[in-house]
Design a protein around this ligand. Sequence first.
Ligand code: HEM
Length: 404
Amino acid sequence: MEELNRRNLLRAGGAAGTVGALSLATAANAWSWSPTGSVVGSGTGADPRWVWDDEADPVVAGLISRGETAKVNALLATWKKNNQPLPDGLPKDLHDFIEKARQLPSWYDQAKIDDGFKLTHDRGQYIILLYILASGMISTAIPREARSVYWSKGGADLKDRIAKTTKLGYWIQQPNNYKPDGEMIVTTVKTRLVHAAVRHLLPQSPMWKAGASEQIPISQADILVTWHSLPTNVMQKLAAWKIKIPASQSAGFLHTWQVTAHMLGVKDEYIPATWDQANAQSKQVLDPILAATPEGIKLADELVRLGAELDGSIITRPFLNAMTRYTLGDKICDMMKIPRDFVWDSFVKAAFPAYLAFREAALPLPLAPQGYYLFDTLTREAINLFLGEGKPIIIDIPDINRPS
Ligand code: HEM
């Protein structure tokens, strides 16, 4: 295993940090989640904190070193639909990588994806709310993610950065997400390329190095942590809110995110097969690492500020603070310095369960699911329009870090 780790480190361009990284691995808690709980039921059991993306990383490092990023971004901007052929003129290694990376896994099941969409259709409002308040905010309390986001290129323009992330959030909720006319395959493959670029670039940033406890960012374990902040966290909150979800929809939602993890380059042996396995893995990788960092606190403040900008009214920010506190709980909110407001906190505590009960009670009414879906679609479009400032949102491979 040591040899494997050393090879991966070198491949990802982190030769200078190898010795330090390995000693950190030994010091940290051992990885004990078994690959028998994964979608493929077997694997090497290698600790994912020391595994990155050995297919994407050398290709993207090569692009950046050869100064080809701008040319490649211009070409890839035209690649939008899942079934669209790649544009001519891409470097051969990149072309070959994408052709392989765009293939769906052998265990992809369209019927399950359709079941997952039913959850979005009927309860999209809660899911959007949870992606923004629970997943978005918790990501600021994940130290490695907060530091990476803050010190990478996109950290200097958080609105643009969130708009690009929202593109994935938008497409995963579409009924044709992974179908030929959808855009989720393109979005995840481009994200995989962005992550590979970050692995190459961030170790060159003096600022990131100064605060970081790792030599190469975005390991497979880091991606799992963020993954759990999304579907696992959302499912846990829906359960806490006592929303009764049909088993097929719950399994479908999980499947959609399993496919997404695979498309982002997570090895199948790390992708949990069931919610029980996901909860167990989350307990091991996400729960113990939540902590405040100066970068995370700044990002959390910026997130709430951006949310408040969304409708421009003066009540939004305290309301958003209170909703975040209600959703995430006092421990994380105090850690991230989300202000308390007795009036708003009490209002949300009393009113939100009533709102949930009303919505749930009305769901069986004839037009309710369609009506809710239309409303949710409008919300999604409005968020995209605001974040993208009316421009198309395109995910580009970065070739610099945050300038200062
Ligand atoms: C970029 C999604 C995990 C750090 C992106 C983008 C998306 C995305 C859609 C493209 C947006 C853009 O270009 O700004 C995800 C998802 C993840 C995940 C769905 C897991 C399920 C992580 C983790 C880290 C990370 C674990 C760090 C520890 C970054 C950074 C960028 C980025 C730094 C932006 C680079 C830049 O602005 O130059 N991610 N990500 N991501 N991601 Fe992730």
